[in-house]
Design a protein around this ligand. Structure first.
Ligand code: FES
Length: 152
């Protein structure tokens, strides 16, 4: 079955069909669709004249890319050393409980995807989580519930 995607044609055209822009093209497709659909990768392969295997290699190498559909809201919990010391494992447990998904998963209603990361560069706020580019330091259980409820 074909996987729906948007913008791949325009994105390839925006970079003038330049092979060396592969990563930028993939980043734009990822941003537009929240993942890299197989049919979009086939189109990129055809248009840029790059073997599909090479595109898959690039897509799996960088953590920014996902080959599976992602939820509408991205939730990341920092498990870097400073956050670990400040209670990140407890925060992650609470996030798993509140958002009802495990790290690396997407909720069945496609609302959330949860990932863990290693240091977001704001250790003093730790333990830190990020929801759609919004940073939260030491969120309480109540705040987590409010954050989850605010995400449609
Ligand atoms: S270790 Fe979590 S922000 Fe640095």
């Amino acid at each position: 079955m074909a996987q729906g995607f948007t913008g791949a044609d325009e994105i390839v055209a925006k970079y003038g069909g330049d092979k060396s822009a592969l990563i930028q093209v993939l980043l734009d497709i990822q941003r537009e669709n929240r993942w890299l659909p197989k049919d979009a990768l086939k189109l990129v392969s055809r248009k840029l004249g790059i073997p599909l295997t090479q595109i898959y290699h690039t897509s799996t190498f960088y953590k920014a890319f996902s080959l599976t559909p992602k939820g509408r809201h991205s939730v990341s919990v920092c498990l870097g050393t400073a956050c670990q010391v400040r209670g990140a494992p407890r925060l992650l447990d609470r996030v798993v409980e509140t958002f009802k998904i495990k790290p690396g998963e997407t909720s069945t209603d496609m609302r959330f995807s949860l990932d863990t990361v290693n240091c977001l560069g704001c250790c003093a706020l730790g333990p830190v989580m990020v929801v759609d580019s919004e940073y939260y330091g030491k969120p309480s259980a109540k705040e987590l519930e409010q954050i989850a409820a605010a995400c449609e």
